[in-house]
Write a protein that binds this ligand. Structure first.
Ligand SMILES: Cc1cc2nc3c(=O)[nH]c(=O)nc-3n(C[C@H](O)[C@H](O)[C@H](O)COP(=O)(O)OP(=O)(O)OC[C@H]3O[C@@H](n4cnc5c(N)ncnc54)[C@H](O)[C@@H]3O)c2cc1C
Length: 580
């Protein structure tokens, strides 16, 4: 009796996962894998980091070779052989070598190709590359980029563009990043992009946002941008998007998204009989909206490939989908996200609430208690967690994974408050960021606490429309002298403020802020209890304000009455505004 034959098309991530799982599921079937390049199972995600090495070390990224797949899993691997035609009805394929094979089941794992935007003159400029594959990496080394290029330009400030920029900078190159949108890392909310931008700039990376690379003059190595500016650069790395490699199945009528990604069900079956798909060529369900979305990530290609391989071999596994969890290192910082943010929720017309706050990754009494900036989104009626974004130096990864798990499990803000998370001072404060997110999410509505975002406060200060509103820095004097104050604020430490509260005008608008927001919350509650009606707390406090690089005044002269005063353009406004 003929053995069942499984054919796998594509041998990088989803393909080998499918092949190995198919073998573990069914020891008797025949498994053939076709890969059009000479590499299988390479760690693509390591490419940006490999760029920190000035010499070609790319072989380290080859995780598994064809011999191992044959010897360990009895998988026949055909390298440098691409599948050029698939006939779903006849169940056969044709390769570029003219060979024809029939299959019982087929796993399509062809990934996606890097997109090249239209740039006038790019065709005559030889010093450029994508950074999508090992082939690209070898090309970059071969062209002597590291020995010859002084200035490298990275087109695109998504995850890959930023990882590439950082690693190139580590080799001592001048690096410029060009981004079409208003902010770097544009899938995050603006406040986080602004924080990331600050770190990139502080580390010497030049950022040009709201800019399109329109033209390259190859002879002079001059790059012309849409804003009319130009600069010289020696090499261009393009990391601006992907196009799923699905033409073979689209031609056969496979269901797909607008971008060409194949629609699969939880079993990873395409709409074509006996054909599964996984990885960057496939679209999986967004578990929040229940609609199909495109999440081209290595974690999903592995999981999806595994399920496709198992099912092709006769099992019944499922891969439910994803919701945009991702993480990126930015020098000493980490930026991560899961689920939806405000922009995404608005475009899906989902009613939500959100809280933004600053806390510390570890307790303030322990060494180096760095800040964590957290924004969490939850459904308005159910209070289910539906998104989170976090930025900080330490502990971002563990919090985002807990919040991602909370989304998967359908946990509410009340559940977050009750989670039994591990606590010891070297790892987290007793009230961890995730638990704090639950506290704030739960109480915000009940207590009707009004907050103001750093971005909004900055906009009214810049527009000069703060007049008539008291902006009070309620930190103690040492903190103010150490770090300065928000431009236009006056210092009134919390305890002193509360003592004077009865003398103040309760109808004035008051904005308070402290270092991270907690004392501001206490002040807000206390002043509300004393009859103040128009009081707001600055979300995230001075820490978030500083991380966003908004205007700060350095305090040089403590005033006689105990208030600290900003050194320029700022009056001590306590007396006037609060009527003391
Ligand atoms: C620089 C970089 C960094 C990344 N970092 C991360 C990260 O940190 N975290 C994360 O989760 N993800 C990351 N990713 C994404 C991750 O690498 C991809 O999601 C994953 O590689 C997708 O695997 P795949 O098998 O679906 O597709 P691919 O990796 O694109 O592989 C598809 C394979 O199919 C072959 N092929 C195509 N057509 C044919 C054909 N007709 N016949 C035979 N073979 C064919 C191709 O040659 C290719 O080898 C990164 C990607 C890049 C480029």
């Amino acid at each position: 009796m003929n053995k069942k034959r499984i054919i796998i098309v594509g041998g990088l991530s989803a393909g080998p996962s499918a092949a190995a799982k198919a073998r573990r599921t069914n020891p008797d079937c025949e498994i053939i894998l076709f890969e059009k390049t000479g590499n299988i199972s390479t760690a693509t995600c390591g490419i940006p980091y490999a760029l920190a090495n000035e010499t070609d070390d790319s072989d380290k990224l080859n995780i598994v070779d064809a011999t191992l797949l044959k010897d360990r899993f009895d998988i026949d691997v055909y390298l440098h052989e691409s599948v050029i035609d698939i006939d779903p009805e006849a169940h056969n394929i044709i390769t570029n070598k003219g060979s024809k094979y029939t299959y019982d089941k087929l796993v399509f794992a062809t990934g996606a190709s890097a997109y090249t935007p239209p740039i006038d003159g790019l065709e005559t400029f030889s010093h450029w590359s994508h950074c999508k594959s090992i082939t690209d990496l070898k090309k970059i080394y071969k062209e002597g980029v590291f020995s010859k290029a002084e200035h490298i330009t990275v087109l695109g400030s998504g995850l890959i563009g930023i990882e590439v920029a950082e690693n190139l900078k580590k080799t001592g190159k001048k690096v410029t990043v060009i981004e079409l949108q208003k902010n770097v890392l544009p899938i995050w909310e603006e406040k986080f992009s602004i924080m990331a931008n600050g770190v990139l700039k502080a580390n010497g990376i030049e950022i040009k946002t709201d800019s399109k690379l329109e033209k390259i003059d190859a002879e002079n190595r001059t790059f012309y941008l849409s804003d009319g500016s130009s600069f010289k650069s020696d090499y261009l790395l393009i990391a601006v998007g992907l196009k799923p490699n699905t033409e073979l199945l689209l031609a056969e009528g496979a269901e797909h998204l607008k971008n060409g990604a194949l629609i699969v069900n939880e079993q990873m079956e395409t709409s074509l009989p006996d054909i599964y798909a996984a990885g960057d060529c496939a679209s999986i369900k967004n578990l929040i909206t229940k609609k199909h979305g495109y999440f081209p990530m290595g974690t999903h290609s592995n999981k999806g490939g595994r399920v496709a391989g198992a099912n092709a071999a006769g099992a019944s596994y499922t891969f439910k989908g994803a919701y945009n969890t991702t993480i990126v290192k930015i020098f000493d910082y980490t930026l991560a996200r899961t689920g939806f943010n405000a922009n995404m929720l608005k475009s899906e017309h989902i009613d939500y609430e959100s809280v933004f706050f600053t806390t510390t990754a570890i307790p303030s009494f322990y060494e180096d208690p760095t800040d964590l900036f957290v924004e969490i989104y939850f459904e308005k009626n159910t209070k289910k967690v539906i998104g989170a974004e976090i930025f900080g130096e330490k502990g971002v990864d563990k919090r985002i994974d807990v919040l991602s798990t909370a989304i998967y499990a359908g946990l509410t803000t009340h559940d977050l408050e009750n989670l039994d998370l591990a606590y010891a001072p070297p790892y987290s404060p007793a009230k961890d960021a995730v638990i704090t997110a639950g506290f704030i999410g739960e109480r915000e509505e009940d207590e009707n606490i009004q907050t103001i975002s750093p971005a909004y406060l900055n906009s009214i200060i810049k527009a000069g429309t703060l007049n008539g509103t008291a902006l009070l820095d309620i930190r103690n004097r040492d903190e103010v002298l150490k770090s300065g104050m928000i431009t236009g604020a006056s210092n009134q430490p919390l305890e002193a403020l509360l003592k004077k509260a009865d003398l103040l005008n309760r109808n004035e608008e008051v904005i308070v802020y402290c270092q991270r927001g907690a004392r501001g919350y206490v002040a807000t509650l206390a002043l509300k209890a004393r009859g103040f009606t128009k009081i707001k707390n600055l979300a995230g406090g001075f820490a978030a304000w500083s991380a966003m690089k908004y205007s700060i005044e350095i305090i040089t002269k403590p005033s006689k009455n105990g208030h600290s005063k900003a050194n320029k353009n700022v009056k001590d406004t306590n007396g006037e505004i609060l009527g003391i």
